[in-house]
Design a protein around this ligand. Structure first.
Ligand code: AHR
Length: 502
């Protein structure tokens, strides 16, 4: 059996977890909106046509913020099409996904849904085919109380209270040649500068997110971030990162090492933000919004064969297996380990489209990736301890050296809880892990959850929704200040400790 040591010190902290790192994303894409969160006529729909079963699962996940309405979709979107009387809303082509958008669901319906989901809205504006004028108008519609054209229009549409949206994405993946209205870094930097300036003139309480690179493989990665920030540093609060991973070569150790890639990606973007900060002698720090991350590859082939110009097709419907859940668990650990700089992150996406939640006419069910997200979101709140992992390593094809063990400890001082999240990536051997926790006198283990399966490719389905699920772990001990646990081969684990009541 391999052995590993996890080292923490109560005084060595990464930083406080911003709960928004447990955000998610709903795009007008496939069946995310239609049949996902909204399905009037369904036996699960409430009086607004919102699926109650989905809302219940989203509330379980405790998703504090949801990005909307895209994604690639937003770069051609006219938000005005999706407000007002439903029978007057136009159906439009969506060139991004080559489908028909009926506009039956729009921003007001989404704001209602988010309220019921107990989430904040992170709204994206169209900087592809539109620009600052459109951003100004949608902000007025959403955040102004009354007495102006767009605020009164919202009231006329039946929404008396402003939506008061605080977080705004200025465009989506504008570096990507696939993006409608794709721009060079200089063009986008100027567009974001003027859009951010205008939006903050309208409402100084909002925060803005500028587009970083669409992924680490973009040829312009690095120079894009630097140029954009050099132009619009003052108008921006966060820089976005997007990254999806896939086990295309069926090389699981390499796939599981993707969290190393994610870790390096985050560190690189932090360096670029700080480089521009130093060059421009700024006091303000730009933090990161990792607003699209997940596994995405299972549905790629099927999507190529889908008919075009239909409504809400089964697009991007990845069915996640057990090893995907292991990687999602590792990616969450990576986000936590960067809690000092990653303040927002969105699991892309939330329902039906590369999602933890799937729906059909008979109900909603949980994919494998639902579980690491659920537990990390619920118990990964507090302060991240600087967690040193001393574990055996292996050589991965894509990322070089990777640790067999990913781990992080989060200390919730308010609740007097300490939680360890860990992934043993070793496919052959269990691992004995120890951690000196003498500083946490009076703590005891209150919960140990494990996600594992004998088959790395096992999936949950509508018919068999609990094939891959979390089960209580055994054998973990916290004695005389020393935590010891045997982490089974290829497993995700959560060990939650709490202080004894005095
Ligand atoms: O989440 C699916 C798509 O991935 C989004 O629309 C786009 O931003 C990214 O390329």
């Amino acid at each position: 059996m391999k052995k590993a040591q996890v080292i923490v010190d109560q005084h060595f902290l990464v930083g406080d977890v911003d709960k928004r790192i447990f955000g998610s994303f709903i795009e007008h894409l496939g069946r995310a909106v239609y049949e996902g969160i909204y399905q009037p006529g369904s036996k699960f729909a409430d009086e607004e046509g919102l699926r109650r079963d989905v809302l219940e699962l989203v509330r379980q996940l405790q998703v504090p913020v949801v990005r909307y309405p895209g994604g690639n979709f937003v770069s051609g979107y006219h938000w005005e099409d999706g407000v007002g009387p439903k029978n007057q809303r136009p159906a439009r082509v969506d060139p991004a996904w080559q489908v028909i958008e009926t506009n039956e669901f729009g921003l007001n319906e989404f704001a209602s849904w988010a309220r019921k989901a107990q989430a904040e809205v992170m709204m994206a504006v169209n900087l592809g085919t539109r620009g600052p004028e459109d951003a100004k108008n949608i902000l007025e519609y959403c955040n102004f109380r009354e007495g102006t054209y767009y605020s009164d229009l919202r009231r006329k549409h039946g929404y008396e209270e402003p939506h008061n949206i605080k977080l705004w994405c200025m465009g989506n993946e504008m570096d990507g040649p696939w993006q409608m209205g794709h721009k060079t870094a200089e063009e986008y930097g100027r567009a974001a500068q003027e859009t951010g300036r205008l939006m903050k003139m309208m409402d100084s309480s909002i925060e803005t997110v500028a587009c970083g690179s669409s992924n680490l493989e973009m040829p312009t990665f690095g120079s894009w971030e630097e140029t954009v920030l050099e132009i619009c540093y003052d108008q921006v609060d966060y820089l976005s990162l997007h990254q999806y991973y896939g086990n295309r070569e069926d090389d699981t150790p390499d796939f599981l090492a993707s969290s190393v890639g994610m870790d390096r990606f985050i560190s690189s973007v932090v360096s670029i933000c700080d480089c521009v900060k130093a060059k421009q002698r700024k006091k303000k720090q730009i933090n990161l919004s990792f607003d699209e991350w997940n596994v995405w590859y299972h549905s790629n082939e099927a999507d190529e064969k889908l008919p075009k110009w239909v409504k809400a097709p089964h697009q991007l419907e990845d069915i996640y297996n057990f090893e995907d859940a292991l990687l999602v668990g590792s990616m969450l650990i990576t986000l936590l380990r960067h809690a000092d700089r990653v303040k927002i992150a969105c699991l892309a996406q939330l329902v039906n489209v590369i999602a933890p939640i799937m729906t059909s006419d008979t109900g909603a069910w949980r994919q494998t990736i639902f579980y690491p997200f659920l537990y990390t979101s619920r118990y990964g709140r507090g302060t991240v301890l600087n967690t040193v992992v001393k574990a055996p390593v292996y050589e991965s094809r894509t990322y070089g050296e990777a640790s067999y063990l990913d781990a992080v400890l989060v200390w919730n001082q308010e609740q007097e809880e300490l939680t360890m999240f860990a992934v043993n990536k070793d496919l052959e051997e269990d691992m004995e892990v120890s951690c000196d926790l003498r500083q946490f006198a009076d703590y005891r283990i209150v919960e140990h959850q494990v996600l594992t399966h004998t088959d790395l490719k096992a999936v949950n389905t509508e018919e068999n929704p609990d094939e891959v699920t979390v089960r209580p772990g055994s054998g973990a001990r916290l004695e005389e200040g020393k935590l010891t646990a045997v982490l089974g081969k290829h497993s995700w684990q959560m060990i939650r400790m709490a202080r004894n009541a005095r």
